[in-house]
Design a protein around this ligand. Sequence first.
Ligand code: GLU
Length: 473
Amino acid sequence: MAEPTFRESVDLMYNRAVALMDLPPGLEEKIRVCNSTYTVRFGVRLRGRIQTFTGYRSVHSEHMEPVKGGIRFSLGVNQDEVEALAALMTYKCALVEAPFGGSKGGLCIDPRCYDEEELERITRRFAYELIKRDLISPSQNVPAPDMGTSEREMAWIADQYARMHTTDINAWACVTGKPETFGGIMGRREATGRGVQYALREFFRHGEDKAEAGLSGDLDGKTVIIQGLGNVGYHAAKFLSEEDGARIIGIIEHDGALFDPEGLNVEAVHDWITRHGGVSGYHEANTVADGEKVLEEACDILIPAATEGVITTDNSDRLNARLIIEAANGPITAGADDILRRRGVVIIPDLYANAGGVTVSYFEWVKNLSHIRFGRMQRRQEEARHTLIVKELERLDQAMGATWSLSPGFKDRYLRGADELELVRSGLDDTMRIAYQSMREVWQSREDVTDLRTAAYMVAIDRVAKTYRAKGI
Ligand code: GLU
C-alpha cells in the first residue's frame, strides 16, 4: 500500500477522530480544510548572481487569532508539508489551550549552505514578503522557530517587522522564540524538550496508562532511544537522563547512530555533533552506520525527534519499543499508526508531546503585549510575606525554648520569590499535566477510543468546534 502524504496522514487521523464525534453537518469539513496557503518566490542577490527562493505560509484555521506556528528552513519544505504542519498547530494549540489558530511556514533552503550574513538577507527578504501581506503580525499571525531556524532568525524577523511598522508598540509580539535580550522569554529555547519530559512524567503518574504500555515504576532506569539530537531531542534527552535517571541507550542522527546499553553521555555526544556535524567518528560508543536499524532495538521509550514520516508501514512491524513519544511533528505515518495501534504500542502523539514549544511561545507573546517581565511586580512582595512567616516561626521557636528547628536550607529556598524561569516552568508543567489529563480521560472512559492520538484529536476538535459554534462561521 502506498504511504499517504504527510497532509493525508493528518487528515486520516482527523477523520478517525471525527467518526467518533457528533459534529453538526459540514463543520467536520470546515475544520479539516486548510484555509489558505500563500506561496512566495523571491530573488536575493548572492555571490554575484540572483538566487530565487520558494517559501510558504499556510493558515489552517482562524477560529482564533492570531494564528500560530513555526517557520522552518529545510529542503523538504513543500505545500503538502506546511499544510499538514499548520493543521497540527490548530489541534496542538486547542489541546493545550493556547488561544491561537494554526499556521506554519517554511522556506525551501539548506541553511548550512549559506553564511550568517547571507542567511540574514534571505530571512529578512522572506519576512518582508510575509509581513506586507499580514502573514506576520502580532494580532494575526505569529511565527516561531522550527527545523533549521532558531532565535537568531526570529530576531531578524522581529526587527524587520519593527522597521516596517515603526509606530506599532507591540511589534515584538509579531514573532516568538526571540533571544532573551531581544524580547524573548527565559526557558523558550528548551521548552519543547522540557515539555517532552513533563509529558513523560505525567504519563508515568498514571498506573493504568503505564500498564497499557507494559511499563511500571517511574522514569528512573528506563531505556530510551532518541532519533535526532537537535534542539528538541537534545533537551529531552538531557533532562530525562540528568533529572529523571532515564538511560539513553541509542542516539540516531542523519549520518548513523550510537548505541550503548549502558547509557550514552548526552552532553558529550551533543558536543561532538556540534563540532563535527554528525555522530561519525565518535569513539566512546558503538557506531552503527545504518542508523535506522537502531530504531528497531528494544527499549522502553522511543523518541522520534527528527522529522516526519520516519516510522512507516515498512519498519513499524520491526519496532521494539513499548512507548513512543512523538517529539517531532508527524514522525509516524497513518499506516504505521494503524499497525502500531494493533500491536498495542502506546503512542503519546505529537500534537500533545511537542506542545511545550508553543505553550512557552504563548507566554512570550503575552509578555511582549504586557511589556513587563513575569514576576516583576509580585516577586519581592511574595518574599516579604514569606519572610514574615519565617520570622514568626523563629520567634515561636525561641519562645518555646528552641525545641525544634527549620531544616537546613529551608529558609533560603522558601524565601526566594519565583523568577521568570521558574514561572515559565511552572506554567509549562501545569499545561502539560492538564492537557494530558483531558486526553487520557477520553482514552480511558470510552470503549471505542483505543489510543491517545484519537483522544487528543477529539479533545482538540471539540474545542475548535465549540469556538465556531459560539461565534458563527
Ligand atoms: N515550531 C514549533 C511547533 O511546531 C513551535 C511553534 C510556536 O511556538 O508557535 O510547535
